[in-house]
Design a protein around this ligand. Structure first.
Ligand SMILES: [Fe+2]
Ligand SMILES: [Fe+2]
Length: 180
């Protein structure tokens, strides 16, 4: 399946995907920064795990930033808003505690993994550097998803509250980023 995008002049689909993913990773960094801050009080035993996630997300952001720099492309117009939205979501769910924190990661990674795998399918063999960046990132996101799944208690109400909110906003951010 093709990926829908409105490209600027001189911009490739790989360029645009790097831009959108770079902005998304910035959002992820901001989510974990905010969650970590509240987790020190609400879920202290999760802080080390959140530190690990945060380090990964910073690495992803740097990886996509390096790709943009090499391509002479600017950051996505949505970059600032991804950060702000991420921070708000991270603060809210961090305040709500461990189940909300785990449910957020599961919900986000579910959407992100689906998109990144689609991006990889389309760019593999077309844009080797973008494909490599995606492949490396997907491995970490899968780990975040799987680990957070094990943190969710059976019958927890949080996924039902957080899933629709996070899925809708993540989809909206990606949709906008591909068209702005
Ligand atoms: Fe990431
Ligand atoms: Fe992640």
């Amino acid at each position: 399946m093709a990926i829908a995008a409105r490209l600027n002049r001189g911009e490739t689909l790989g360029d645009r995907v790097m831009k959108v993913d770079h902005a998304g990773e910035h959002g992820a960094v901001c989510i974990y920064r905010a969650q970590r801050w509240f987790a020190r009080w609400r879920a202290p035993d999760m802080v080390t795990e959140l530190d690990g996630f945060l380090a990964h997300e910073r690495g992803h952001r740097t990886r996509f930033a390096a790709e943009l720099e090499r391509r002479g492309q600017r950051r996505c117009r949505s970059y600032f808003w991804c950060g702000l939205g991420g921070f708000a979501l991270g603060a809210l769910t961090g305040l709500a505690g461990r189940q909300a924190i785990a449910a957020t990661t599961v919900a986000i990674e579910r959407v992100v993994l689906r998109h990144m795998e689609e991006q990889l399918r389309v760019l593999d063999g077309v844009d080797g550097d973008a494909a490599t960046a995606l492949r490396l990132t997907i491995a970490d996101e899968q780990e975040h998803h799987d680990l957070s799944m094990t943190r969710l208690a059976e019958g927890s109400v949080w996924p039902r509250l957080i899933d629709p909110l996070v899925a809708t906003s993540t989809e909206a951010v990606i949709w906008l980023g591909m068209r702005l």
